[in-house]
Design a protein around this ligand. Structure first.
Ligand SMILES: Nc1ncnc2c1ncn2[C@@H]1O[C@H](COP(=O)(O)OP(=O)(O)OP(=O)(O)O)[C@@H](O)[C@H]1O
Length: 818
């Protein structure tokens, strides 16, 4: 395969950077080999050997250039022609500058952030590009602080509804250490910056800890444990990162065993390092925290030194540099330089998502509207703005990278230019965008869950769309019309490619007419790969990003061929050829070949699948694999939840049983208690009843006795003690009876007289009338009556009434039961 030639219309120059091996991969087979270049040339091709799998094809990929494991940041800077991007933006030969795009793409942990933002000892491409920009225009740069009119004119040249601020005010408000540049004091603090009094992330001894580690960044971990890793920014002594237990109120309390992490030693730490209170276990969506004052970094790396490197600039022009930063998180755009604001209703700190749209002053050119932009006059200011922005960038600890970017980060250097000396002259703008993409990841390896798993899905999805757009590069090489619809599939591709074509580009400046067309942006893509990492994921990325590919197929058809064969019901793929090298590809146009070449001996119809379709299918396959992993995880989670529910239900049933038993016990206890009390009451009642009966009987016995005595019948022999008393009573009775006798005699006499006075016919003997008893029968009938009364227990004077049976009588009837 020949080295690729540059196509006429190309979205990107694509470079490959291989990262050095990691200790964890010590026993892993290297699957990615760099092909020896011709003498004096830089390598451009790599071979991908599937590890331990003879059925898979051996693939060769061609890039603009390949940087091997030992390549330095300076090698990258020079080799990827960052300088030409800077020069394009500065437009040294007059006229408008050209927009530039420098982006990294790769698996998570493959070194994208390292390449863009460097290490503790070495600067990344972002810092190097800024260095070159400021050094190149140092004699032509305007000082915005010097003249409000100048500041106003720069502000008015913006077409994106931005909030523009001078760097001095912004830095003073962000880094509250009093060491701001001297001129900062002359300006009021930017009113838009919300400064909560203090964000206490460490209730125990925040001051001590924060002072000891400098600016820290708390990184979510996905191991299911509630802990964060605090990365030190001023970690000069190689102090290891500290894993801190985070209580629901973010206690930075307990230090776990030190875990060496590369980022702690890098200046990417200072970029990625920020105090973020992401709380753990991906069961929530991470919320931004209120911004607190940052500590100004004590020292920034100066290596590699590029003081000898300058880009040419337009000597007849004056320049201004405006910096903005934003991230694409879950397909939404968030400003990194505007602090989150508190939502009154929920009391949460939130960042407002911004729109990528046409504005009033930019009707035919889409811009990210409403960003905060900072006018910088020096490299130092620009670096501090970068620091502040990266503080807000979302990161999380995953199984693949302990400081993994969870968003696509955009760092934009707007270079404004106007003719020197024209005080009211219009500014033109060209933008150099440096993009640190989030890495594609496999949920299984990254061990993500919850919110981080969702983030990973969104990242992969956007990278899949990006892959489709990169595949289009082949179509462009074939002079096909670009399919602009592809770019609008997600925010990331929209932002990356909208300015890539002359047809979609117009002037940034309001002063330019709508018909003014500008050159398409220049794009540089650095693909990072780990030769010992995940073979499948790396090969997927290389397939859609490489400029050319050559495949040598084995006898056994690959899975892809099966998919392709199934997807083309009417197409018949020929038998794959035995392992052999395909003929070398001569140019990028011809280098993208179908996987299988029709064999001369087999005459079947074959409708070749285009590279774009194949790429799309491969990307789809990657996405299917990711979704399958996600489904597996969700299934596992579902199984766990089901088990938990069943346990809970079993517990509930046990509790119900126990409750019923308990109720039964209580009921039985109450019943026996009641029975006891009832039995007691019954006994009491029976006792009192029998007592009463006895008393009644005694009473009547006495009465009968007295009566009998009065008629001369002795019922019972009186005792000696009662003799006197009885004698008295008898005397009284006798007296009474005598009186009664007397009365009766008188009555008899009266009746006799009455009788004698009546006519003989009307006379009835007294015995016959019955109302005059004879003296003899009188006593006998009285004794009979008394006997009657005694037997019926009733009073002789009262009427005897038949009463219904009482309840207690019934109970008494049931008494046998007790
Ligand atoms: N070329 C390199 N030289 C030295 N260290 C490297 C290199 N590339 C990567 N690393 C180290 O590997 C680790 C992961 O790198 P980095 O954070 O840049 O990965 P990434 O691609 O940005 O991952 P993500 O997409 O998850 O953010 C870091 O500790 C980084 O310093």
């Amino acid at each position: 395969m020949d080295p690729p030639q540059k196509a006429q219309t190309s979205l990107f120059d694509v470079y490959l950077r291989l990262r050095p091996p990691q200790a964890v991969n010590a026993n892993t087979e290297k699957f990615l080999l760099v092909e020896e270049p011709d003498e004096g040339d830089a390598p451009t091709h790599i071979t991908l050997n599937p590890p331990n799998d003879r059925r898979r094809a051996i693939e060769k990929f061609a890039f603009t250039r390949v940087f091997e494991e030992d390549a330095t940041q300076l090698d990258l800077f020079h080799g990827t022609k960052v300088l030409s991007l800077v020069e394009g933006a500065l437009a040294p030969r007059g006229g408008d500058g050209t927009d530039g795009l420098l982006a990294t793409l790769g698996m998570t942990g493959s070194g994208k952030t390292h390449t863009m933002l460097g290490s503790r000892s070495q600067r990344g491409l972002t810092q190097l590009a800024l260095d070159v920009v400021f050094r190149s225009i140092q004699s032509s740069i305007v000082d915005c602080d010097a003249s409000p009119a100048l500041e106003a004119s720069i502000r008015s040249s913006d077409t994106s509804e931005a909030n523009m601020h001078p760097a001095s005010a912004f830095i003073e408000s962000m880094f509250g250490d009093g060491a701001a540049p001297s001129r900062a004091g002359s300006r009021a603090t930017t009113p838009m910056i919300v400064r909560p009094s203090h964000v206490n992330i460490c209730p125990q001894s925040p001051g001590q800890l924060l002072r000891s580690v400098g600016i820290m960044r708390l990184v979510r971990h996905e191991d299911g444990l509630s802990h964060t890793t605090a990365l030190s920014q001023s970690d000069k002594g190689g102090m290891p990162p500290q894993t801190l237990v985070a209580s629901p109120r973010s206690k930075l309390a307990k230090f776990s065993p030190p875990k060496k992490h590369y980022m702690t030693l890098t200046s990417a730490a200072k970029t990625k390092n920020a105090t973020k209170t992401y709380f753990l276990k991906g069961d929530h969506i991470a919320q931004p925290t209120p911004r607190r004052r940052l500590q100004r970094p004590s020292a920034l790396p100066h290596i590699p030194d590029i003081s000898s490197v300058t880009a040419s600039c337009d000597p007849s022009a004056e320049y201004a540099v405006v910096i903005s930063m934003y991230e694409v998180y879950n397909d939404r755009i968030f400003d990194l330089l505007t602090p989150p604001t508190k939502v009154n209703t929920t009391k949460e700190y939130r960042r407002r998502a911004l729109l990528f749209k046409c504005t009033e002053t930019s009707p035919d050119h889409k811009v990210v509207a409403g960003l905060r932009k900072i006018m910088c006059s020096t490299l130092q200011e620009a670096l501090l703005v970068l620091e502040a922005g990266l503080h807000e960038r979302r990161v999380a600890g995953t199984g693949s990278n302990s400081v993994s970017s969870r968003s696509h980060g955009f760092f934009c250097i707007e270079i404004k230019k106007r003719r020197r000396g024209r005080v009211n002259g219009p500014w033109t703008t060209s933008t150099l965008s440096i993009v640190d993409l989030a890495g594609s990841e496999r949920a299984r390896d990254a061990k993500t869950q919850g919110a981080t798993l969702v983030e990973g899905g969104k990242i992969n999805e956007s990278l899949m769309y990006l892959g489709q757009c990169l595949q289009m590069q082949t179509d462009l090489n074939n002079n096909a019309k670009p399919n602009l619809r592809l770019f609008r599939q997600c925010k990331l591709t929209e932002l990356l490619f909208t300015n890539s074509f002359p047809s979609s580009a117009a002037s940034h400046s309001a002063s330019h007419s709508a018909s003014h067309r500008r050159a398409p942006q220049k794009g540089v893509m650095i693909v990072t790969a780990d030769p010992f990492g995940d073979f499948n994921a790396t090969s997927q990325i290389l397939r859609y990003s490489a400029l050319a590919r050559e495949v040598t197929v084995p006898r056994i058809p690959s899975i892809t061929s099966t998919i392709l064969a199934n997807g083309n019901a009417n197409s018949h793929f020929p038998e794959p050829s035995p392992i052999s090298s395909s003929p070398p590809l001569s140019s990028p146009l011809s280098q993208h070949r179908p996987f299988f070449h029709p064999s001369a001996t087999v005459s079947r119809t074959f409708s070749p699948v285009t590279d774009t379709e194949r790429g799309t299918m491969e990307i789809a396959a990657l996405e299917i694999a990711r979704m399958a992993e996600m489904i597996d995880q969700l299934n596992a989670e579902l199984a766990r939840e089901t088990e938990a529910r069943m346990t809970a239900e079993a517990h509930l049933m046990t509790m119900e049983d126990r409750f019923m038993d308990f109720e039964q016990e209580v009921r039985e206890e109450c019943y026996s208690d009641f029975e006891q009390r009832l039995a007691m009451e019954m006994n009491r009642w029976k006792a009192s009843l029998s007592l009463e009966q006895e008393r009644g009987e005694e009473h009547w016995d006495r009465k009968v006795e007295v009566l009998a005595r009065s008629v001369g019948v002795s019922v019972t022999a009186p005792s000696d003690e009662d003799d006197l008393e009885n004698e008295d009573k008898e005397n009284v009775l006798i007296e009474n009876l005598e009186q009664e006798n007397e009365r009766l005699r008188r009555e008899v006499a009266i009746l006799k007289r009455e009788l004698s006075s009546r006519t003989p016919s009307k006379r009835t003997p007294l015995q016959e009338r019955g109302d005059l008893p004879s003296m003899k029968g009188d006593v006998a009938s009285l004794g009979g009556k008394l006997e009657q009364l005694r037997v019926s227990n009733g009073s002789p004077t009262k009427k005897v009434r038949k009463l219904p049976p009482k309840k207690w009588e019934n109970l008494a009837a049931d008494d046998d039961l007790f």
